[in-house]
Each structure stands twice: as C-alpha cells, then as structure tokens.
Design a protein around this ligand. Sequence first.
Ligand SMILES: Nc1ncnc2c1ncn2[C@@H]1O[C@H](COP(=O)(O)OP(=O)(O)O)[C@@H](O)[C@H]1O
Ligand SMILES: [Mg+2]
Length: 280
Amino acid sequence: MPDTTVFADVAHEPGVAKPDPILVADGVVRRFGGLTAVDVSHFEVQRHTITALIGPNGAGKSTFFNLLTGFDQAQEGAGTFDGTALRRMPPHKVARAGMVRTFQLTKALEGMSVMENMRLGAQHQPGESLLTAFAPPMWKKREAEVTERAEDLLQRFKLYEKRDESAGVLSGGQRKLLEMARALMASPTMVMLDEPMAGVNPALTESLLEHIVELKDEGMTVLFVEHDMHMVRRISDWVAVMAQGSIIAEGPASTVMQNPAVQDAYLGEHHDTDLSEDQS
Ligand SMILES: Nc1ncnc2c1ncn2[C@@H]1O[C@H](COP(=O)(O)OP(=O)(O)O)[C@@H](O)[C@H]1O
Ligand SMILES: [Mg+2]
C-alpha cells in the first residue's frame, strides 16, 4: 500500500524538494547528436519510499537511469547519492556507494547458470577490498559469504531449484526475479528497476509487486519505471512523470494522473497506458 504521509507537506510540482532526499539530480542534460534525450533541471527521490518514474516511450527514462547509475555520462549537470557526488563516477563505484540498477539478461548472461549470474551481482560490494581479492583466507571467507547470500536470495525469489540451470531456460517472469535477486547481491540501499513487470504473466506480477514492497520494508529506496499504471498506483508512494527529457509533474499517483500536462504527454501514445482513476 502506498504511504504518502512523508509527502504531506510536499507540493505537487516538478522538481519539488523532499524532506530527506537520498538521490538528487541537478541540471542533468544528455544529448545524442541533435536530440536532447534528458534535460532534468531538478529531481529528488525521498529516502525509504517507492517512487515511480513514468512517461511515454522515448521520454528519456532509461537514459536518466543510466546517467544516475554511471552507465552513461551527462554533458551537463550532476547528481548526488546519499551526499556523494556522482559526477563521472563509474558504475561499479556507484554500486559500491549503494545504488544499483537492474539489467535485462543479455545473451552472454543467458549462457551462464543462475548461480553464476548471482555471483556476478556480488562484485563491488561495500567493504570489498584489494585484500579480500588477493589474500586466500579472506577470499575463501568471502566466497562462502557470497554463496550463502546467493542461496538465501534464490530461496526468497523461488529460484533455488534452478540455481545450476542456464539462465536462458528461465521463463519471462523468472528472469525478472533473477534480475532483481542479482541486483540485491550488491547489498544496495537504493534499487533502480527499469520496467520490472514487462512481459510478466499476471500470476508472477503479484509476486514481483510483493518483492518490490519488501525492498522498502527492509529499508531500501526504490525508483522504478513502469508502463502499467495499475501497478504504479498499487505500490508507489510518489510518482514523477517524464516527457521529452524533463520531469513535467510530480505527486501521489491519485493526483498526478489528473494533471493536464500529463494527459497531454500521453496523447497520441500507442501503448495502452490507462490514466483513468482506478479504485481497485
Ligand atoms: N545511445 C543512444 N543513441 C542515440 N539516441 C538514443 C540513445 N539512447 C536513447 N536515445 C534516444 O533518447 C530518447 C530517450 O530514450 P529512452 O531513455 O530509452 O526513453 P524511455 O526509456 O523513456 O522510453 C529516445 O528518443 C531515444 O531514441
Ligand atoms: Mg526505457
């Protein structure tokens, strides 16, 4: 269930300041040739909440995720994560600082086993040092810890039976679960999920929603991109809307959909985003 109490005094305006932001983006611009894919003047994510980032196809959501997590570099502007400047920080350092994003399984990862995928997610954990990498006793201890954490997560995501199978044989929903489990191997404080429910059948959607809510219950902050407004309404404490590279609206799900600028942004959209009120 969304919890909007922390936002009680927060204006429903794009770029509005939050009481305790874990992530702040300022003047972030990314151009590809003549196209400005991202132009976010200011955006804050409140700590310990689930925030949805929505917007029509091509709005710049994935590019914005990449800029925040170090997988792409902005031409202008920068962000801070938990007080640490993100400018020019490579992805592994962003992950070590506590912010991870999920990735769709690529061909290369599909060829590896479920367990091997989990081990890859453990790289660049907080506290990992050169010493652990090179001193055999430390290395063994670390190996055992990684295995234990991976097994715990695989149990929790109901993938334990599949641990030795190639990730390529997993169903669409199981892949999404693996993507999330793998991200959690890095012990993050903030998780960025890009379309976690895409291509997942309704039965697994419920379980994915529950897993996302669990992340918040465990103290993590979640920022997720999702097209299905029904899902967004069910779990988001706060919603930010992106269109043509900028944040054009923010607020609780119930009010943000009523915003004329948001309705305009979705006009002419082909995918079946349903902005209507939904009481279920
Ligand atoms: N690597 C790239 N090179 C050129 N254009 C890109 C690249 N990545 C994204 N774009 C363009 O940037 C815009 C935003 O894309 P994207 O961030 O994927 O949007 P969304 O995730 O909201 O659908 C789109 O017009 C897209 O074609
Ligand atoms: Mg995208």
